[in-house]
Write a protein that binds this ligand. Structure first.
Ligand code: HEC
Length: 194
């Protein structure tokens, strides 16, 4: 009898420990968040390498053209690979097609408030939330050195002219280093409930 209860005790302890280990590990291993981080990295990385190649090949004007003709295409390709929609948006947009919807506007405003309160923009993101039957997630994009030539307050005149021609309603200049330029945004359809 004694032996039996000892075994029971040991077994119980083991299970409790395993359960505890699982709860403490869970936030790190959230597979959905890891997948979304991966998608954001793919899109950011792909845009960056296209831009660097264009800058090297033809300078700033070429890079603007490449952004104009390829940004949407690259986002579409990565969305198809991932199986959910990944794109970019902002409170001050260049391309009207990237305009935020109501939920995105609200998150972008919260991001601004968090930055004002001292949070590092590089770390600002939403949780994954369900909105109208879809999973949604956003991650802030901080403005870096390399962005200033096209989004800063001293855009070279020929670049400014080119941008104005391609985007007559452009609002995406005047940013400073460390500002939140916008955000990556993910929308995923939920599997149908049975
Ligand atoms: C060579 C010029 C150029 C540089 C450098 C550049 N961008 Fe852009 N950016 C553009 C153009 C052009 C668009 C519009 C793309 C489109 O039509 O979808 C754009 C669009 C965006 C958008 C999408 C929202 C919107 O306003 O339409 C974000 C976010 C963005 N840029 C962030 C950045 C960041 C962050 C950097 C630096 C890492 C950067 N950009 C560097 C030209 C540039």
């Amino acid at each position: 009898m004694k032996k039996h209860s000892l075994i029971t005790l040991l077994l119980c302890n083991c299970f409790t420990l395993t359960a505890l280990a699982e709860t403490t590990e869970a936030p790190k291993l959230n597979p959905k968040l890891a997948q979304y981080h991966g998608a954001v990295k793919s899109l950011g990385g792909a845009l960056m390498s296209e831009m660097k190649a264009a800058l090297a090949a033809g300078g700033g004007l070429k890079a603007i053209e490449i952004c104009h003709s390829k940004a949407a295409e690259i986002a579409e390709k990565i969305s198809q690979e991932q199986g959910f929609k990944v794109g970019r948006t902002s409170l001050k947009i260049r391309n009207d097609k990237n305009a935020p919807d109501a939920w995105e506007t609200e998150q972008l405003q919260k991001f601004e408030a968090r930055k004002q309160a001292g949070e590092d923009p590089a770390k600002i993101e939403t949780e994954i939330v369900e909105v109208d039957g879809k999973l949604r997630y956003m991650k802030a994009i901080p403005l870096q050195d390399t962005c200033l030539s096209c989004h800063g307050d001293k855009v070279a005149p020929e670049s400014a002219t080119k941008i104005q021609t391609l985007y007559p309603t452009d609002k995406a200049t005047g940013f400073k280093l460390g500002d939140i330029r916008g955000a990556f945004t993910i929308t995923e359809n939920m599997p149908a409930k049975k």
